[in-house]
Design a protein around this ligand. Structure first.
Ligand code: NCD
Length: 309
């Protein structure tokens, strides 16, 4: 039996290197598989999605992944059109969805929401983004992209820039990277430094330095991971306005980067990366979004099939 069969995916902290690599090699297989064979992996199965926050890539890549495995998906993409609006609880919504589907994906503004929902759900539940806490499937796709593009993770120098305080993808990325031997530079304005309450685990296992200058080490990075300033999570607009537009990666900065460096971003971008960078060979964020579908398909196939494929 594979380790993921019928399991919840709540935190990337539950993944050791071996588990991460199981998903990466399943993804390699999914990519190579012929479509007819792939459509057997979730034939007759349903993915139920519950999204209480906006999403483009996460929800659509899960749906595209499920379709590529021969399954189907149904769900709530906008909570205001569901009975939540009438006052139905998250617990009841999850309960109902687990009656209608074989695997669930939840995105919710509260930290802890996925763990709570997984206890209610009779079917495996995947965290599609919980508050400022975690986004485990994004980290899987981020690491998979690094491996595909750089052929390794160990030994890389990785810059992580932007909103490190509220960006949940950053926490999942750092937890995942702590399984490897990497050199991390965290770059953010002072007020958006990584939260100390969430770094306890990371500090023990990951080498990292913090600074506020993007330019200082840009010529050394193998990977530059850029994030959006999470406007919606700021307690007040004034604070957001102080840091808005803090970093913009333009062609001038890309020219200073190593020739074979890669730029990643979980997307959506607002103004952190100018669109003319998209044409450079370092820009890999669209490729990363494409791998989001493949890695999620691998994860769904592992959760739904008892035997490895
Ligand atoms: C991220 C998220 O929702 O945390 N989006 C995504 O899933 N790719 C990043 C973000 O919103 O900035």
């Amino acid at each position: 039996m594979n380790d993921f069969f019928q399991t919840d995916i709540i935190s990337i902290r539950d993944f050791n290197k071996e588990k991460l690599e199981t998903v990466f090699s399943a993804t390699d297989k999914i990519i190579q598989m012929n479509p007819n064979e792939r459509r057997e992996l979730a034939r007759g199965k349903t993915l139920g999605y519950l999204f209480f926050e906006p999403s483009t890539r996460t929800r659509l890549s899960f749906q595209a992944a499920m379709a590529s495995l021969g399954g189907t998906s149904l769900g709530i993409a906008d909570a205001s059109s569901s009975s939540t609006k009438k006052g139905e609880s998250l617990a009841d919504t999850v309960h109902i969805m687990s009656l209608y589907s074989d695997v669930l994906v939840l995105r919710h503004p509260l930290d802890g929401s996925s763990r709570f929902a997984a206890e209610i759900s009779s079917k495996p539940l995947i965290n599609g983004g919980s508050g400022t806490e975690e986004h485990p499937t994004q980290a899987i796709q981020d690491l998979f992209t690094i491996i595909r593009e750089k052929k390794k993770i160990d030994g890389l120098k990785i810059g992580v820039a932007g909103d490190l305080k509220y960006g949940r993808t950053v926490y999942s990325l750092l937890y995942a990277l702590s399984n490897y031997n990497v050199d991390v530079h965290l770059i953010s304005p002072e007020s958006l430094k990584i939260r100390s309450d969430s770094t306890y685990d990371i500090k023990k296992r990951l080498k990292y330095k913090e600074s506020s200058s993007l330019e200082e080490h840009i010529d050394e990075f193998d990977v530059l991971y850029v994030t959006r300033i999470q406007k919606e999570r700021f307690p007040d607009e004034e604070e957001y306005l102080k840091v808005k537009g803090s970093y913009t990666i333009g062609l001038d900065l890309v020219k200073k980067m190593k020739d074979d460096a890669i730029i990643l971003h979980p997307l959506p971008r607002v103004d952190e990366i100018s669109t003319d960078v998209d044409e450079t060979k370092q820009a890999k964020y669209f490729k990363q979004a494409q791998y989001g579908k493949d890695t999620r398909a691998a994860l769904l196939a592992l959760i739904l099939n008892e035997n490895s494929f």
